[in-house]
Design a protein around this ligand. Structure first.
Ligand SMILES: NC(=O)C1=CN([C@@H]2O[C@H](COP(=O)(O)OP(=O)(O)OC[C@H]3O[C@@H](n4cnc5c(N)ncnc54)[C@H](O)[C@@H]3O)[C@@H](O)[C@H]2O)C=CC1
Ligand SMILES: O=C(O)[C@@H]1CCC=N1
Length: 266
């Protein structure tokens, strides 16, 4: 019998499954999604079997991952309501759905883990904010839950009331970073650097800078100051960014994420 089943196998489902396949055998996983031809292709590529309905998937697994768009969750709830077993663990990655909302859709006794991962899961460098009531799960289940998230990156347990904020830090943030990489590369291309060299150099600079934050423990401002030689080139660039509202734009983007979470429930 499969252990972990996915309802929804799109961007995030495939990213997470790829991570899990480093730890789990294909026979331990199962999924269902919307299009038979796409499911067939994923099964051929990964060796993971699929079934046609959410009910079939739920019936066959202990850990059930909800990986459909928030707008699709009401349909899935209709199909699954009352069918979630007491021994089952439901892992949601949906934006905007609180544990109480998921229980309202699946049944009050459903034991839910709410999470917010991100697409770098695809390369084993995901970041997931995770929230669940520790008292509801056995030690073995907690090991599986934590192992699930660490199979494709890092995890941080957070209070559920912070999960909407976590969306900006984990779920949404790669999009901002890609936009930054694209813009910085464009700036380099404008001044003559070949495009492919620009992407490679900028992406490596982002990777290295992130590592500096994680590994030195230094404040990002201190690391920034180390780059800015007095009267040098970097401080000129920083002044231009400040003039153009760089920090304010990012803070506003986080506010926009936060507000949108409240409007996703179907
Ligand atoms: N894309 C991202 O970066 C992140 C997304 N999320 C959350 O992950 C969830 C999935 O997002 P994505 O993977 O980006 O969406 P997606 O649209 O790429 O994947 C959803 C999958 O669900 C399938 N589907 C549609 N209706 C279905 C149904 N009735 N039964 C079974 N499968 C069905 C679709 O065919 C598709 O393969 C969302 O709730 C989103 O909030 C969380 C973190 C990051
Ligand atoms: O854009 C979204 O709503 C999803 C959740 C976080 C990242 N992607």
């Amino acid at each position: 019998m499969a252990k972990i089943g996915f309802i929804g196998m799109g961007n995030m489902g495939t990213a997470i499954m790829r991570g899990l396949l480093k730890t789990y055998k294909p026979e331990e996983l199962l999924f269902t999604s919307a299009h038979e031809a796409k499911m067939q292709k994923i099964t051929e590529e990964t060796g993971v079997a699929h079934v046609s309905t959410a009910t079939d998937c739920a019936e066959q697994v202990k850990y059930l991952v909800l990986a459909v768009k928030p707008q699709v969750l009401p349909t899935v709830f209709k199909e699954l309501n009352g069918k979630i077993r007491k021994d089952q663990v439901v892992i949601s990655i949906a934006a905007g759905y609180a544990i109480a909302d998921l229980q309202a859709g699946l049944g009050d006794s459903a034991r839910i883990v709410r999470s917010m991962p991100n697409t770098p899961a695809m390369v084993g460098e995901g970041m997931s904010g995770v929230s669940y009531d520790e008292a509801l799960f056995t030690d073995e289940e907690k090991d599986v839950i934590d192992g699930f998230f660490t199979s494709f990156g890092k995890m941080e347990k957070v209070d559920e009331k912070l999960m909407d904020v976590v969306g900006s830090a984990s779920g949404c943030s790669p999009a901002y970073v890609y936009m930054f990489i694209e813009a910085l590369a464009d700036g380099c291309v404008k001044n003559g650097l070949p495009r492919q060299a620009a992407y490679k150099m900028v992406a490596q600079a982002v990777l290295g800078s992130a590592k500096m934050v994680l590994e030195t423990g230094k404040h990002p401002g201190e690391l920034k100051d180390m780059v800015c030689s007095p009267g040098g080139t970097t401080i000129e660039g920083l002044a231009a960014l400040e003039e153009n509202g760089f920090r304010g734009a990012i803070i506003k983007a986080c506010d926009a994420n936060f507000e949108k979470n409240k409007k996703l429930k179907g």
